[in-house]
Design a protein around this ligand. Structure first.
Ligand SMILES: [Zn+2]
Ligand SMILES: [Zn+2]
Length: 566
């Protein structure tokens, strides 16, 4: 597949001739899936498959933050990698909406306590706009998902599948092989399962909760239960005390998670699914389900991919810490491609994200674009191919022929604060030309790309980097000025008059060093003074382009006004 400017996209690199180990994680995973020939737990060959299903899912309770997109974005990359390798593949998305409501999320009325333990499809929508709590969150998730993935996923709901009887076959097998199922589960735990243990739980015929029924006795498909209080980590689902009997093959109920996951794999013939790294440990639900799938359902365990969870400033996202990043916020400050880039970069390395580091993420992404478009040289061939592949797979659509326009985010934020990019780009473009970030007359596409980046940058400052707001422009810091030494003042005066003559960004940058040197001022100190006077901060983007972007005349005037009459 030839990409822009004749670049050979590394896409097809393991279909056909190239038998070398793929470099990119999703390509490696795709190869593993294609080459998997035997079951994991039992000695049996896997029948040839015509196509592969990659599953992604979401529990539908709680807030939708960008961390919850990580599974879907990575599954999307594997589907792309499989297709690029010449295999047939598709993604399915499963709303785990038979799961019980486990806690009352922020902003939901306290009276929702009474719904704790009910399937989320049976809980009303607190916002009142959908048929249920689950539907509300599902609509929200799917709308957001569309913005971040390439491959369209067929969608399923576990509740619907239970209603249709799709899981009946697996419930029957689990109950018919109850002793074997117990043995499998028992081999993964230290404490003993109770004598009445059942892999299927009824929904309480009286209160409709799925978590509170406690199975007392199993006899074939007949299950005796009573409805008792159930404690989640921090909340309590009240049982209603009902004692009754249910038929696992006909009454409403749910397979326990250790068993349900395996049933889902067998039902949808899943070949690959992701999970947080906590599932990689050998006692996790992944392997229990893998063994149930193979030994009870005769279905081979899918190929897993495990990943680190996204941290914000080194901490888990949580409403109580106030560090939740919503997809909508992301899209105000960066394109979806940048989040795809972040998630695709490395699978198992802890990915801590900080809003302060957004410019660095942009710069990294732009550096990959340079390599993709052949504008930067990377001597190491493997590294080069990896960068090209990563950049390409981060895209939502085929990249344009020309390398998209890019500018350092911090500098963009300065320009955007001086010249409103939404009102007119004329001044913003002039600023970029002065800074030599655009040469000549830009195309309409370049103007649009620059406008978009300026808008992202301005939103980023407003929402997440208020310390970069240009407060100080025009309001010199009197106390700071009073402490300047005579050589420092002389340096400032000389620089102001040089800047007025309209030099380019590189000339300004080097003049800072030469002027400081001539007056015996430390260059780092001189830079600090300039950033304080221009931005009200101790540091900022490269000074030459910054001065050009803000307008040399404007900066010279600012410095002269700060110094007062000579
Ligand atoms: Zn709603
Ligand atoms: Zn009940």
């Amino acid at each position: 597949m030839a990409g822009a400017n004749g670049i050979l996209e590394s896409a097809a690199h393991f279909s056909g001739v190239a038998m070398t180990e793929p470099l990119f994680w999703a390509d490696q995973k795709a190869r593993e899936i294609c080459e998997k020939k035997r079951y994991h737990f039992i000695d049996r060959p896997i029948p040839e498959r015509a196509s592969f299903v990659v599953k992604t899912s979401a529990s539908l309770s709680g807030v939708l933050h960008i961390g919850r997109l990580s599974d879907t974005i990575r599954a999307d990359s594997i589907v792309t990698a499989l297709r690029d390798a010449g295999a047939k593949a598709r993604m399915i998305w499963v709303g785990e909406d038979m799961d019980p409501l486990r806690r009352i999320p922020e902003g939901v009325p306290k009276e929702y306590e009474k719904y704790l333990g009910k399937p989320v499809t049976e809980v009303p929508d607190p916002s009142g706009c959908h048929a249920s709590y689950a539907e509300h969150h599902q609509a929200e998730y799917l709308e957001v998902m569309e913005d971040f993935v390439v491959n369209r996923a067929k969608r399923y709901s576990t509740t619907q599948e239970y209603d249709r009887g799709s899981f009946r076959k697996y419930i029957r097998k689990l109950l018919a092989d109850l002793e074997k199922v117990r043995e499998i589960l028992q081999s993964y735990r230290d404490s003993s399962l109770s004598s009445g243990w059942s892999p299927w739980k009824p929904i309480c015929a009286q209160c409709g909760k799925v978590i509170t029924p406690q199975v007392l006795e199993v006899d074939g498909a007949r299950v005796k239960y009573d409805c008792r209080d159930y404690e989640f980590e921090r909340t309590l689902a009240k049982g209603c005390g009902y004692v009754g009997e249910a038929d696992a093959l006909h009454d409403k109920g749910k397979i326990l998670w250790k068993g349900e996951w395996a049933s889902e794999w067998a039902l949808w013939e899943v070949s690959c699914e992701g999970g947080g790294k906590e599932y990689e440990v050998p006692t996790s639900a992944w392997w229990v389900n893998g063994e149930i799938a193979e030994r009870i359902f005769d279905y081979p365990m899918p190929t897993p991919f495990f990943y680190e969870h996204l941290l914000i400033d080194g901490r888990k996202m949580s409403a109580s810490l106030g560090n939740v990043v919503y997809p909508a916020d992301w899209l105000k400050t960066a394109p979806a491609e940048l989040l795809r880039f972040l998630y695709n970069k490395k699978l198992m390395k802890t990915r801590s994200f900080s809003w302060k580091e957004l410019p660095r993420l942009y710069a990294d992404y732009d550096a990959h674009a340079d390599v993709y478009y052949g504008k930067a040289n990377v001597p190491n061939e493997k590294e080069r191919s990896h960068m090209i592949r990563l950049y390409r797979i981060s895209q939502l659509r085929a990249p344009p022929k020309e390398r998209p326009a890019a500018v350092d985010l911090t500098l963009a934020s300065m320009i955007a604060q001086v010249y409103d990019p939404e009102a007119s780009m004329a001044e913003g473009i002039k600023a970029l030309q002065r800074s030599e970030l655009i040469k000549g007359q830009p195309s309409k596409r370049t103007v649009d790309e620059m406008r978009q980046r300026l808008i992202y940058a301005r939103n980023w400052v407003r929402m997440f980097a208020p310390e970069l707001a240009l407060r100080a422009v025009g309001e010199p810091d009197v106390a700071f000025l009073a402490k300047l030494t005579e050589p420092e003042r002389a340096s400032l005066r000389e620089l102001a008059s040089f800047v007025k003559s309209g030099p380019g960004p590189d000339a300004i940058q080097s003049s800072v060093f030469s002027i400081a040197d001539a007056h015996g001022v430390e260059a780092s100190r001189f830079f600090q003074i300039l950033y304080r006077l221009i931005l009200g901060a101790d540091h900022g983007p490269r000074l030459g382009p910054l001065v050009c972007a803000l307008g040399p005349g404007r900066v010279a005037e600012l410095l002269e006004r700060a110094l007062g009459p000579a």
